[in-house]
Design a protein. Structure first.
Lengths: 122, 843
């Protein structure tokens, strides 16, 4: 089993890591085949993990995982730490700028393991 | 309307505005623009900024690429030589021909060089184009002294440029005063004094007779009064003349003293040819400002549509910063016009100490504003301009408009409603009517109105006026003005502070469940985090608080544009040992950090990657440094002069006091950042009066000043109490800070906070000194708790492996962010610009 997972990690764009590496109500960043993915952990929500591309297209830096998470009109968002625009954790859509969207990826908790892939989550 | 071939001659600011807006009409016109200068349109108004750090590219208003995108055929560096009206075509210097159905002349103007013998020799320059700047810079290189001929608006701009080049700068003016067109004698005099204080030498009533070779310097100007001035360079900026030769040669009607004559529709004597901007003469007048040029362009553009609008002259009121000095002029600043046959009356406020001059000219019956002059303080400009443009009735005591707020003035425009036609945002041309329409269409906040009307999205200068207009309209519709923190809490910060304190709520979740709704956001989380810190002073990265903090507080450093951080170790009072300086230098060298001295007498280290922060701080803490809280809404720095220890004039030991104050209040979280300074004598070298609280030594103790600030809207602090002993000084500061922390709004600086306190400074004295509210003991006790529980957040952080996990770039890799790239400049690293990156990493 462990072998199979290992193989898969090499072949597929996927990251698996311990739940202990997550920060409650905050983000961390993982690197999947050169792509930076911000992973947010909201223990009170279902699902409890969300993954967005880490690149802030407005601030033009790899910083989204360092933003504050919360909700705007009920929509789960992260606020860019640079210029404070909000990006939806579900769709990647920017609430302030039309036509700005960051890629959203599949992420889930499997027991104590976090699994993030580069598959689009929608 | 049928699509036409439209040729625009000239690509200055007005020519570009015309072309850009014509393309936006999307009417299928075939548009050609021909510019004599080698580069596309740029912002001439801010030309002098090239000498204070801007690149010429920063001034660009457009690019060749942009013109291509909007389908405009653009040609630069080739001037039009001839207009062939018979064949409806223009021919350029290089012999190219362009046929037109409509021709637009936007040829602009050139600097007037008085016909003085010798004014054509090397070293005699003009100031108009980017190429002129190159010539000025070249001459400045091997010169020491520069003269500007002309003390008008452009001349003083040019003087600023010479000063920025490090030249000893002189202004020579023919008239008796500076800016004679815009300012009256008093305003002009104040401006002169202020300019001379900046080191610029002003010579008025000087008529230059000839320019000859100098003895000590390259050139010598000889004046009619027998005096002379030696200089290395002379820049003529004594007014402009319209570029009308092209039109003249084509037999288009020209005014007696130059300028292409236009009608209400900006048409010349040939109805297929328009003229706009500074080459055009309307009603016998050349409009030498950019805004009227834009209005001419609007009028000319509208001729190609079904709804033509006329140009009917334009207001020449102007507000600008000359050599850093605010100057404003509205309407008839000289008080010369009769109103209903009566000479006008004027009111004057002149303050030599604070260097402020304000004059208003009103009609004899006191009801209408006819003009105004402002020097040193333009904060009333917007209000006065609205009163003037909208012909509004003045209050019974018009002088109240220009009196300082604490000397009997009434708040303006409150209850004095602007008419619907009033322009609120002049950049985007948004009227009050459009704002009211937006509100009636469902907008319920300033942000909504901004999004719909685009008001205040240009220079932003109208933000306050927009806010008061929106709030007034909302209030008139019975809407409650909402100062709630955000959608998650229906309370102001002050109310929330009280609720948290009374309920002794210790976490954000408790506060949210008890008093809020939803999940919180990037506004309320840091606000509550700050209140919790002000009340209980837990470690900010404690598990339940860590996710509340803004990125700067979370990483205990200041995020820069590329996602790296800067680090500011605390240097109390700006006093530092050689050993510690060496440590900072060594750390910077080891981690390749850019170092810069801050305005607050500290050292900022830039370019640290998030994963380097713990190592860097490990070394700094080991050397005895503490965090400087540059990242927090907290006390930043207490600046000081050397005081009586070294200085011949110092009367108290300002350094010791500054260190005492900085160490006392370090780490205290507040609604906004806090700055302080201590000066050792009345010369005020530490600039304490520009701080939230400042201390100035006297023979008998200390004077305390409060509620000043620098930054975007500088404000001098108010004298709060005099000749205090050390203990009383500290007691008052304890109470003052805690009262501010308790009652201020989110991100409200002390100055705004005090202005919003009913009773202002006097009330503050009653609370702090006389203990009118009976809370002084409580405030002191609260402060004592914060002081007792201080910890250096970095020391705590580097001792806790669990906390250090947050400082990883990637949880699954040791790689670093490849987008963070540095290049060397002046021997130090700086972030690479996009054009300097070899590999561009994006999503």
């Amino acid at each position: 089993m462990g072998n199979a997972v290992h193989k898969q990690m090499n072949a597929e764009p996927i990251a698996m890591f311990s739940k202990d590496d997550l920060l409650e109500n905050s983000g961390v960043c993982v690197l999947i085949q050169g792509v930076q993915v911000a992973v947010f952990y909201l223990p009170a929500e279902t699902p409890s993990v969300y993954a967005l591309n880490n690149w802030d297209p407005l601030g033009k830096a790899n910083v989204l995982y360092r933003g504050i998470v919360g909700d705007i009109n009920g929509e789960l968002v992260v606020a860019s730490p640079l210029y404070k625009q909000h990006f939806s954790l579900l769709t990647g859509r920017c609430l302030e700028e039309d036509n700005v969207q960051v890629p959203v990826y599949q992420a889930r908790l499997d027991g104590d393991t976090v699994i993030v892939t580069l598959q689009p989550s929608l | 309307m049928k699509a036409k071939r439209i040729v625009v001659v000239g690509n200055g600011m007005v020519g570009h505005y015309y072309v850009d807006n014509l393309a936006k009409q999307n009417a299928g016109h075939e548009i050609t623009v021909i510019g004599a200068e080698p580069r596309p349109a740029y912002d001439r108004v801010h030309l002098s900024e090239v000498f204070s750090g801007k690149n010429p590219e920063d001034l660009a208003l457009t690019t060749r690429e942009y013109y291509r995108q909007i389908g405009v055929s653009a040609h630069f560096g080739d001037a039009v030589a001839k207009i062939d009206r018979a064949n409806k075509q223009v021919v350029t210097d290089l012999g190219r021909c362009f046929s037109y159905d409509k021709l637009v002349l936007a040829t602009g103007s050139y600097p007037f060089v008085p016909p003085v013998p010798g004014s054509d020799q090397p070293g005699c320059l003009t100031y108009r184009t980017i190429d002129d700047l190159g010539a000025i810079r070249a001459h400045a290189k091997d010169g020491k002294v520069g003269v500007v001929v002309g003390g008008g608006l452009l001349g003083l701009e040019c003087a600023n440029a010479l000063k920025n080049l490090g030249l000893e700068t002189h202004v020579v003016e023919f008239a008796p005063g500076l800016m004679g067109v815009q300012l009256d004698g008093g305003g002009s005099g104040m401006l002169r004094e202020m300019i001379e204080e900046l080191g610029v030498k002003v010579h008025t009533s000087k008529s230059t007779q000839k320019i000859v070779a100098g003895q000590d310097r390259k050139l010598r100007m000889e004046f009619a009064d027998g005096s002379a001035l030696e200089t290395d360079m002379i820049v003529f900026s004594a007014g402009i003349r319209p570029y009308d030769q092209l039109a003249k040669a084509a037999d288009i009607t020209i005014g007696e003293r130059g300028g292409i004559v236009i009608d209400y529709h900006c048409r010349t004597s040939d109805s297929d040819i328009f003229a706009i901007g500074e080459c055009a003469l309307f009603g016998g007048r050349i409009y030498g400002l950019v805004a009227p040029g834009y209005r001419m362009a609007d009028a000319a553009l509208s001729q190609l549509t079904d709804t033509p609008i006329p140009f009917q002259g334009a207001d020449m009121s102007t507000k600008l910063k000359l050599l850093g000095i605010d100057v404003g002029s509205i309407g008839d600043s000289h008080g010369k016009t009769l109103h209903d046959g009566q000479p006008p009356a004027s009111f004057l406020y002149s303050n030599d100490r604070e260097r402020v001059y304000k004059k208003i000219v009103v009609s004899a019956d006191g009801k209408k504003l006819l003009g105004a002059v402002l020097v040193g303080d333009c904060s009333d400009y917007d209000t006065l301009l609205q009163l003037f443009l909208n012909d509004m009735e003045l209050p019974a005591n018009p002088e109240a408009i220009i009196l300082p707020a604490d000397k009997g003035a009434s708040p303006l425009l409150a209850g004095m409603s602007l008419p619907m036609t009033a322009t609120i945002c002049s950049c985007l041309n948004v009227t009050k009517g459009a704002i009211v329409q937006a509100i009636e269409g469902g907008c319920c906040s300033v942000a909504d109105v901004k999004a719909v009307t685009k008001a205040s999205t240009g220079c932003g200068g109208c933000a306050a006026l927009l806010k008061s207009t929106v709030n007034e309209e909302l209030a008139a519709r019975g809407a409650e003005i909402n100062n709630n923190v955000c959608e998650h809490f229906a309370y102001s910060r002050q109310e929330l502070f009280h609720l948290i304190k009374v309920g002794s709520l210790k976490t954000f979740d408790d506060v949210l469940h008890k008093h809020g709704n939803g999940r919180g956001c990037d506004v309320c989380k840091p606000t509550v985090g700050s209140i919790l810190a002000s009340l209980f002073n837990d470690y900010v990265l404690k598990k339940e608080h860590a996710s509340l903090q803004d990125t700067n507080d979370t990483f205990l450093a200041n995020m820069q544009k590329d996602g790296t951080y800067s680090i500011v170790p605390r240097i109390p009072g700006g006093e530092i040992t050689a050993e510690k300086l060496i440590v900072i230098g060594e750390v910077a060298r080891k981690y390749n950090l850019y170092t810069k001295i801050t305005g607050g007498q500290r050292i900022d280290l830039f370019g640290a990657r998030v994963n380097q922060l713990p190592d860097i701080w490990g070394e700094l803490v080991a050397a005895g440094f503490e965090t400087g809280h540059a990242y927090g809404k907290a006390l930043r720095t207490v600046k000081s002069c050397v005081g009586s220890t070294w200085c011949r004039y110092g009367v108290q030991d300002s350094v010791s006091m500054a260190i005492l104050i900085e160490n006392r209040y370090k780490g205290v979280r507040s609604p906004h950042k806090l700055k302080s300074a201590v000066s050792g004598c009345t010369r005020e070298c530490a600039e304490a009066q520009s701080k939230d609280f400042g201390v100035i030594a006297t023979e008998n103790g200390w004077n305390l000043y409060v509620c000043g600030n620098g930054g975007m809207k500088p404000r001098h602090a108010d004298l709060f109490a005099t000749d205090l002993d050390d203990a009383t000084l500290i007691k008052y500061i304890d109470r003052f800070l805690m009262f501010y922390i308790r009652t201020a709004d989110r991100l409200q600086r002390t100055s705004v906070w005090m202005n919003n306190l009913e009773g202002g400074l006097d009330y503050l004295r009653e609370v702090i000194i006389d203990d009118k509210l009976g809370i002084a003991d409580e405030l002191e006790a609260q402060m004592a708790l914060l002081l007792d529980t201080y910890q250096c957040e970095w020391k705590t952080t580097i001792e806790d492996p669990e906390k250090l996990k947050r400082f990883r770039q990637f949880v699954n890799s040791m790689e670093e962010d490849p987008h963070v790239v540095f290049v060397q400049e002046r021997g130090q690293p700086r972030p690479a610009r996009d054009s300097e990156r070899k590999t561009v990493t994006t999503a």
